[in-house]
Design a protein around this ligand. Structure first.
Ligand SMILES: Nc1ncnc2c1ncn2[C@@H]1O[C@H](COP(=O)(O)OP(=O)(O)OP(=O)(O)O)[C@@H](O)[C@H]1O
Ligand SMILES: [Mg+2]
Length: 261
């Protein structure tokens, strides 16, 4: 198995006195791929990402490069993994470019030596996401979607091997949804990295993800290629909805929701 594969085995995680993720095991996630985490509200998606990012204690194994990430020192993990939270912090008084430079500076082992080089790298990350024009705006003056894009820039600029994104497109218009998913795909392919992305938009998951895992009550209900994991039956079981997977005129699968079950 490749050194750049991520393997999650028997992972359990949760909060004080309350286990949320129960012994989750998945087929290995390959370098260069995007995995969508889907499932109803309260299923444990954020809890899973936080455990993978080292923000919550977890038991089991999360193997990458011969190491169990659950046992790594924080600095070692921070070298490999970045995590974009579902809820963005409030009250940040930095400008956009300062926030991205701060993220870059905090990256352990970053070898960018001069202020000018840091600035250039941060600028490039903003341009890549199509928000270069926001560089000098204050974070607190941004719209919800703009803040989400800046938060993503902070994650990607550190060139992580494992990119954990919790609903990164939930506030974005269609143009920015596509540019974000494209930027994530570019990142994982060019850096042989792995992205694990929580998405409620199942059509985005079908279109962009290489794998999908469907969680409910902290248990894996389905995993595999998105069109294997996302079916009328699995959506009925997980969400209690009547859904159809139709194919559009270009042959791509598309989900339609008909009602509640
Ligand atoms: N800090 C916490 N302390 C205790 N329980 C928590 C905490 N955060 C979340 N939970 C519980 O863990 C369960 C899973 O929550 P989680 O945030 O992982 O769900 P989610 O799948 O991300 O949902 P959503 O789609 O609404 O974001 C929920 O029952 C929630 O009440
Ligand atoms: Mg969540």
């Amino acid at each position: 198995m490749s050194d750049k594969t991520l393997t999650i085995s028997h992972l359990s995680a949760g909060y004080k006195n309350r286990e949320i993720i129960h012994g989750l095991s998945l087929p290995p996630l390959e370098a260069g791929t995007i995995t969508a985490v889907i499932g109803p509200n309260g299923a444990g998606k954020t809890t899973l990402l936080r455990a993978l990012g080292g923000l919550l204690p977890g038991r089991g194994e999360v193997l990458y490069g011969g190491r169990n990430l659950l046992l790594c020192k924080p600095a070692e993990r921070a070298h490999l993994v970045t995590y974009m939270p579902q809820t963005l912090p409030q009250g940040v008084v930095l400008t956009v470019i300062e926030a991205v430079i701060t993220a870059l500076r905090a990256a352990p082992g970053n070898d960018v030596e001069t202020e000018a080089a840091l600035h250039a790298q941060a600028d490039a990350a903003l341009e890549h996401l199509g928000i270069g024009q926001l560089a000098l705006s204050g974070i607190d003056e941004l719209s919800g979607g703009q803040r989400q894009l800046v938060s993503l820039a902070q994650s990607i600029v550190r060139l992580p091997k494992i990119l954990l994104l919790d609903e990164p497109t939930s506030a974005l218009d269609p143009h920015h949804q596509l540019s974000v998913m494209g930027a994530v795909r570019d990142h994982v392919r060019s850096r042989e990295a792995i992205a694990i992305i929580v998405l409620h938009d199942l059509n985005l998951a079908l279109q962009w993800a290489d794998n999908a895992m469907l969680l409910k009550d902290g248990i894996l209900m389905a995993a595999g290629r998105p069109n294997e994991a996302v079916t009328a039956n699995s959506l009925a079981d997980a969400y209690g909805v009547a859904a159809r997977v139709e194919h559009c005129s270009q042959g791509r699968p598309h989900i339609l929701f008909d009602g509640l079950l």
